[in-house]
Design a protein around this ligand. Structure first.
Ligand SMILES: [Zn+2]
Ligand SMILES: [Zn+2]
Length: 504
């Protein structure tokens, strides 16, 4: 191993200790202090609200518990796991920092586990709506335009018509409210719950409420009203939450700058399941097909970046990532923005973890960002020239960090660069990848260490490389490490067939 050769050169003492390999996952988990009481309370309320956790029922079921922390060893753990699976987190059942971070993201007020079923839908295809009250975040005409555009997303794929009424009774009443507004679901001020809606029906059925305390916007500052309206209108039509992180019906707020809001393939399929297909839909599909969330079972799947993160391996693609945890076979997909601030861009070029500094570094174009403990470090993004790249290098394809030797290899085109993490400078000039890494076809997409081997990703292939023998030991499909399950495969095939049927 490389780190052994380094150790032999060092004198015993501090340096030697810091150069030792990292502790095993079990050991590195030990100093984990666990969630605070406030966080536990927050999580209980969250699970009660969104995952049907019933504290009283749980307490009755509770048997003598030697640890005295029965809430966390009984039903609550299951609910944490359900929530973790929904959001593509490793289903540990523990209130990890990541889990709490996802719970604290702004979101819709409806539950994630109630399946409404296909029977709850409007029986007519022309629906009326009225914008009521006066607590508009901006001019009424701007609010009108925004809602009209949000309805249009749905009416362009399903045979529905939405008619605005100014005074008379309407099927769907849309309004803004502060705090408690007498429907049993009070709003919570800034952040947290942004809006909620009622399923199709008479009276309050189909109505949509926005939290008037939010900083509503028409761009990417604050919360984008169009994005939230599109989601809530989906509920008003009878759609439940989707665990597909690319769907508009995903419960977490995920509007990103420069991202054109569109119904995803999943949203289209779900609304067409309730109401059928709009006659305009085939031409819309030809012009602008609804985006599909990357599928780990797609044989053509490639990655933007791959990195280690403590004991996990993270695979990045577009706005999404998969997290492979050594203790769990399933690898869930989630939004990059569900864990990190929106300042981390999508379509990344490279990511690596510097364990010694406890920092994750993200690359896109000529910029890079550093995050520590899920938070952006100050002064970022910075230009990659700050790392010592000459101006001719405008982006980084992949970054491979050597945990024990404190250096990182950057790949750019057919070259690679060795960066000394301790001196914070490039170690010499560029070398040719084909000479340093025989058998690896430059340029590459991503590189990462997994269980002692380097895995290089290019297109839909994964090159497993032995860095001692300096040769490729096997080549496999890029998605093999994500362990595609058959169930999901079937669903995708069915989905594709349906989409084709609905096309001309
Ligand atoms: Zn919702
Ligand atoms: Zn309400």
């Amino acid at each position: 191993m490389l780190w052994l050769s380094l150790l032999t050169l060092l004198m015993p003492g501090q340096t030697l200790v810091t150069a030792l390999p990292l502790p095993a996952p079990e050991m590195s988990k030990q100093p984990h202090a666990g969630p605070s009481e406030a966080d536990k309370e927050f999580a209980k309320e969250y699970l009660q609200h969104f995952y049907g956790y019933q504290p009283k029922a749980e307490r009755q079921k509770r048997t003598a518990d030697p640890d005295g922390d029965a809430d966390w060893t009984t039903g609550l753990c299951d609910k944490v796991q359900t929530m973790q699976r929904f959001f593509g987190l490793p289903p540990t059942g523990e209130l990890t920092k990541d889990t709490l971070a996802v719970m604290k993201r702004p979101r819709c007020g409806l539950s994630d586990v109630e399946r409404f079923g296909e029977t709850i839908r409007w029986k007519k295809t022309t629906l009326s709506y009225r914008i009521a009250g006066h607590k508009f975040p901006t001019s009424a005409s701007k609010v009108n335009r925004t809602f009209r555009a949000a309805w249009k997303l749905w009416s362009s794929v399903a045979p529905l018509k939405f008619r605005k009424r100014n005074r008379r009774e309407a099927d769907i009443v849309i309004s803004f409210h502060n705090g408690d507004h007498k429907d049993g679901s009070p709003f919570d001020g800034q952040g947290g719950i942004l809006a909620h809606a009622f399923l199709p029906g008479s009276g309050i059925g189909g109505d949509v409420h926005f939290d008037a305390d939010e900083d509503w916007s028409f761009n990417s500052t604050g919360f984008n009203l169009f994005a939230v309206a599109a989601h809530e209108f989906g509920h008003a039509l009878g759609l439940p939450h989707s665990s597909d992180p690319g769907a508009i019906m995903y419960p977490a707020y995920s509007f990103a700058p420069n991202y054109e809001l569109q119904l995803s393939f999943r949203d289209v399929k779900d609304v067409q399941h309730l109401y059928g297909i709009s006659p305009n839909f085939p031409s819309l599909v030809l012009k602008k097909p609804p985006p599909r969330t990357p599928d780990k079972c797609d044989p053509d799947l490639s990655f933007d970046a791959v990195t280690e993160l403590q004991q996990e391996v993270l695979f990045f693609k577009d706005r999404f990532m998969w997290r492979k945890h050594p203790q769990f076979e399933e690898t869930g997909i989630t939004l990059i923005s569900s864990l990190w601030p929106d300042t981390v861009p999508s379509h990344l070029d490279a990511v690596y973890e510097n364990v010694g500094r406890n920092v994750l570094t993200f690359f896109k174009g000529h910029q890079y960002w550093e995050l520590r403990q899920l938070k952006m470090e100050e002064g970022f993004p910075r230009n990659i020239s700050d790392l010592g790249f000459p101006s001719r290098i405008q982006s980084v394809d992949a970054a491979l960090h050597f945990r024990n030797d404190r250096y990182t290899v950057f790949f750019t085109g057919n070259e690679c660069w060795r960066y000394d993490e301790q001196q914070k400078m490039m170690d010499g000039s560029a070398m040719l990848t084909e000479q340093q890494w025989p058998g690896i076809p430059a340029p590459i997409d991503a590189a990462v260490f997994i269980e002692g081997f380097v895995h290089f990703f290019k297109g839909n292939l994964n090159y497993k490389y032995d860095s001692n023998l300096k040769r490729v030991v096997s080549i496999s499909p890029a998605n093999e490490l994500l362990e595609c399950e058959k169930e999901e495969d079937n669903e995708t095939v069915t989905g594709r067939r349906e989409m084709k049927e609905s096309s001309p």
